[in-house]
Design a protein around this ligand. Structure first.
Ligand code: XMP
Length: 317
């Protein structure tokens, strides 16, 4: 199959998919878990073009999203594209379930399991859904690569007898981005860096608290803003902040403080199996440090993780 590398090829793919989706779906209703990631967003945009209001998207805010993400999903898919979007604010529900849980795999299981339950509850409220759309892409089918498949809303109870709709299952990530661009989705959505399914949950090391989660979210927003301003967006493969679950002493406003550190991670990789550390200009690191320590409550130190993969993994959990 020809790889989709240009706008013209993407437009041809979109035309073909619209015809195929209409033939498969007819006048049926389609359900989609819309995370706001590039894959599910492209699937949503294709379905909106093909079957319009027959698509019902559900966006679950599990409280572990980056700053502004849920708002962007609502703005693009409800306000701009006028599609049928159900926004579920499940932040408290997830954070209550996660309270006191420090083990990384248990945290992942709780987040994944709770996601299925919330999605299932929303699906049960709807009537006449025949199809379930998924942002499966080709690497998910090949089951290659360490980027864990998070697209499959597998685990739904057996009485849900949905027929699957998977319009981008033969595309690679770079092709999905070209299609997303041709569909007119915003660059911030199409070219965004990989983001794990359990979201900021894996970057708030140990048992998640609301305060520490806020420190992860705010420091991440500052890092992304500074990378964008300094031409590093789109150049560095993945960058984010981590907040470990220990404190250290410092001095703030003339007083001793006992606060968390923020760790910056910025890496480049081809396939996420190995990774190298980005050589960030020292003055930019100093500027980001100054902003994080003065703008983010509860933080008194900033560290830069110099560890390649191996020996470190990209994420800390
Ligand atoms: P690691 O930390 O294993 O990460 O070097 C490799 C890539 O996978 C992403 N990652 C995840 N993605 N669910 C996901 O959907 C996860 O639990 C998860 N853990 C890591 C990570 O962001 C990196 O791009």
């Amino acid at each position: 199959m020809e790889r989709i590398t240009t706008q013209a090829l993407a437009e041809k793919f979109i035309e073909e998919q619209i015809a195929e989706l209409r033939a498969q779906i007819g006048d049926g209703k389609v359900l989609l878990a819309l995370s706001g990631g590039v894959d599910s967003s492209v699937v949503a945009a294709l379905l909106i073009k093909a079957v319009g209001q027959q698509l019902v998207s559900v966006h679950v805010n599990h409280g572990l999203l980056r700053k502004g993400e849920a708002e962007q999903v609502v703005r693009v898919f409800r306000d701009e594209l006028k599609s049928n979007l159900i926004y579920v604010d499940a932040q408290d529900r997830f954070l209550d379930k996660l309270a006191g849980v420090a083990d990384p795999e248990t945290k992942r299981k709780i987040i994944g399991g709770e996601f299925i339950r919330v999605f299932e509850e929303e699906a049960r409220k709807l009537e006449g859904i025949k199809f379930l759309a998924q942002g499966t892409i080709y690497p998910d089918i090949l089951e290659s690569g360490p980027v864990k498949a998070h697209h499959n809303v597998g685990g739904l109870p057996d009485d849900f007898d949905f027929e699957l709709v998977e319009p981008i299952k033969f595309l690679f990530k770079d092709e999905v981005r070209v299609v997303g661009k041709a569909l007119g989705l915003p660059d911030g959505m199409v070219f965004r860096q990989p983001f794990p399914g359990p979201g900021l949950g894996v970057r708030c090391v140990g048992a998640i608290t609301r305060e520490r989660l806020a420190a992860v979210r705010e420091s991440d927003a500052i890092l992304r803003e500074e990378f964008a301003k300094n031409g590093l967006e789109g150049k560095v493969w993945q960058y984010f902040t981590i907040v470990p679950d220990f404190k250290s002493t410092g001095v703030k406003d003339g007083k001793r403080s006992f606060d968390w550190p923020v760790v910056i991670r910025a890496v480049n990789t081809r396939d996420a199996m190995t990774a190298t550390v980005e050589d960030i200009p020292f003055d930019l690191l100093q500027h980001i440090t100054k902003r994080i320590t003065s703008e983010v409550p509860g933080v008194n130190r900033v560290l830069y993780d110099l560890t390649p993969k191996p020996t470190g993994t990209i994420e800390w959990e």
